[in-house]
Design a binder for this molecule. Structure first.
Ligand code: FAD
Ligand code: FES
Length: 345
């Protein structure tokens, strides 16, 4: 039997299915509830029970005392509702609300998505989870302390594995390793989540997501989050690459557009190959956006990818009237290769 949980002070309602914890249901429905370990050990998911009853199927979690339970505290990662509930908990609204961690992870899967893009699926230790906002990135910390930034391509509710889309930079210290001798089960270290490039959910402006190459990665996380959260705002995804073989998850993007009325997908090729027989859009991706939207004053734009694309688009979109405060971007700058201490400072 399912139960409805009303979150205060937001008033958001979550339907918790039989056997699910309140946190699992909340994340599944796209709400940014705070959490850390997801196994009852850290206390990050604590909320105050204002009405209703819960139980803990595996016994009282380590991070809560009998006194705290008596005072109405509940650990939402473990709590199963016995009735409809009203719970007070502060939802995560900004990157500053999330703890940045340095964690080890194991490369659980490597799939070559195209001639120069590898998907890595990273698995965290059993007792750890990474909370993040859709679109944020992590820094992989190399053995010598150098760092390489990669965007999270998954939505926050799918945190069993962290997914990265890595483009091979020939001669690049880290990406050469990924494409030549890295094997599944390799252990990496990273710091994250980082950055302020994440989907703003409080706005009701139509959204444009624009990516160049692997700039598609954070946009995938944002789109999957928007779908899970039931966002009904129009979302237009412009993906710019050189040729058709570079649209490494083209079918997925087409499926989003086919299955969701509010999603439109526009692939744009800058140098289509002859064998592509391409009848779609060509040219630079930011030009396709400005051609379709000569007036961007009412939109919100998120863009990620090569620095040259970001620079050109900033100027172009300002001329289309996009206010600065509604433009969000991650420019895939190359690492300056300053050494950082391994302790994450
Ligand atoms: C916030 C952020 C998010 C990012 N997200 C992603 C992502 O999701 N997917 C992804 O593939 N990349 C992403 N990048 C870019 C990525 O971090 C770099 O491409 C990567 O660090 C290259 O590492 P490397 O050790 O192989 O190359 P390096 O050893 O750092 O570089 C070797 C040589 O290649 C040049 N170079 C480095 N990167 C590039 C590049 N991208 N294009 C052209 N020349 C380059 C350098 O100037 C240098 O001369 C992101 C960058 C940032 C800052
Ligand atoms: S997330 Fe750590 S106790 Fe619930």
């Amino acid at each position: 039997m399912s139960h409805t949980v009303t979150i205060q002070p937001s008033g958001h309602k979550i339907v918790v299915e039989q056997g699910e914890s309140v946190l699992e249901a909340g994340l599944r429905e796209g709400f940014a509830l705070p959490y850390g370990c997801r196994n009852g050990a850290c206390g990050s998911c604590a909320g105050k029970l204002l009405a209703g009853r819960v139980h803990y199927p595996d016994g009282k979690p380590a991070a809560i005392t009998d006194d705290e339970i008596a005072q109405g505290k509940a650990l939402l990662c473990q709590a199963r509702p016995d009735s409809d509930l009203e719970v007070e908990i502060r939802e995560v609204g900004a990157a500053k609300d999330i703890q940045v961690k340095v964690l080890p992870c194991r490369v659980a899967a490597m799939d070559k998505l195209s001639h120069d893009v590898m998907r890595l699926k990273l698995k965290l230790p059993a007792t750890e989870r990474l909370q993040f906002l859709a679109g944020q990135y992590i820094d992989i910390i190399l053995r010598d302390g150098r760092r390489r930034g990669f965007s999270l391509a998954t939505a926050p509710h799918e945190d069993d594995f962290l997914e990265l889309h890595i483009r091979h930079v020939p001669g690049g210290r880290f990406t050469d390793h990924v494409f030549t001798d890295m094997k599944e089960k390799t252990i990496l270290r990273f710091e994250g989540p980082l950055g302020s490039f994440f989907l703003r959910e409080e706005s009701d402006r139509p959204i444009i997501l624009m990516g160049g190459g692997t700039g598609f990665a954070p946009l995938k996380g944002m789109t999957e989050h928007a779908i899970a959260a039931g966002l009904e705002r129009p979302i237009e995804i412009y993906w710019g690459v050189r040729a058709k073989r570079d649209l490494y998850l083209h079918d997925l993007a087409e499926t989003w557009a086919r299955e969701h009325e509010n999603i439109r997908y526009v692939p744009v090729l800058s140098e289509p190959a002859e064998e592509d027989e391409w009848s779609g859009r060509t040219g630079f991706v930011h030009q396709a956006v400005s051609e379709d939207h000569p007036d961007l004053s009412g939109h919100e734009v998120y863009m990620s990818g090569p620095p040259a694309m970001i620079e050109a688009a900033r100027t172009a979109f300002a001329s289309c009237g996009l206010p600065d405060e509604f433009l969000f971007y991650d420019s895939f700058e190359y690492a300056s290769d300053t050494l950082h201490a391994l302790d994450g400072n």
